[in-house]
Design a binder for this molecule. Structure first.
Ligand code: 5GP
Length: 209
């Protein structure tokens, strides 16, 4: 039985290299009612990244235009260099149609989403240890050692905001981390506060007996 008409707005954050992208991809491939929001960014594509799939790659001018037209649910300048933003229309349409949407965004963006949508579910994906995170970043091999150092520093800053999240999932073993995240989604869908319509219907059901 479908328990709720409105989808869940799920915010998944975590330091670079923690595996949040892999977890999210697995969630959407296993659950047809969960979609991934595609952010817009002014950074250049990494090898293998496809426009419209991983990001909508924009020029600074295009991004500014989107800001001015109110196209973003939230946007941010990350690492003081590039802009990143969540296009609003896709998210709102999916939620209205009963599907859940994952936003894979940074911790500042997550705080803005929570302020604007208090029933959003904030999940922080954490590494088993900071040294393990560093070795995953190095082995990913997509960036210079300078960029890796910067991302690692950012990871410590991000950890400062973990207590503002609803859940923390440690990505020690990938399959377990995916299962934990799915369990969170199931539990959130079962929240009394998200099932008002069903409960009212059951309460008023005596007349139909
Ligand atoms: P990357 O350059 O590694 O793809 O992403 C850098 C950071 O930007 C990550 O922490 C990522 O989660 C964040 N990010 C990606 N899209 C958005 C977005 O739309 N909004 C915000 N606030 N952060 C984003």
């Amino acid at each position: 039985m479908k328990q709720t008409r409105k989808g869940l707005l799920l915010v998944v954050s975590g330091p670079a290299g923690v595996g949040k992208g892999t977890i999210n991809l697995s969630l959407i491939s296993r659950n047809s009612d969960i979609r991934m929001s595609v952010s817009a960014t002014t950074r250049s594509p990494r090898p293998g990244e496809i426009d419209g799939v991983h990001y909508f790659f924009k020029t600074d001018a295009e991004f500014q235009k989107m800001i001015e037209s109110g196209a973003f649910l939230e946007y941010m300048r990350v690492f003081n260099t590039h802009y990143y933003g969540t296009p609003k229309s896709f998210v709102e349409q999916e939620l209205a149609e009963g599907r859940s949407v994952i936003l894979e965004i940074d911790v500042q963006g997550a705080m803005r989403v929570k302020a604007a949508y208090p029933d959003a579910v904030l999940i922080f994906i954490a590494p088993p240890s900071m040294s393990e995170l560093k070795s995953r970043l190095i082995h990913r091999g997509t960036e210079s050692s300078e960029a890796i150092e910067r991302r690692f520093e950012t990871a410590f800053q991000e950890m400062e905001l973990v207590d503002r999240y609803d859940y923390v999932v440690v990505n020690d073993i990938l399959d377990l981390a995916i299962a934990r995240t799915e369990d969170i989604i199931v539990a959130e869908r079962c929240r009394v506060s998200r099932n008002g319509e069903l409960i009212e219907k059951l309460k008023g059901g005596r007349s139909a007996l």
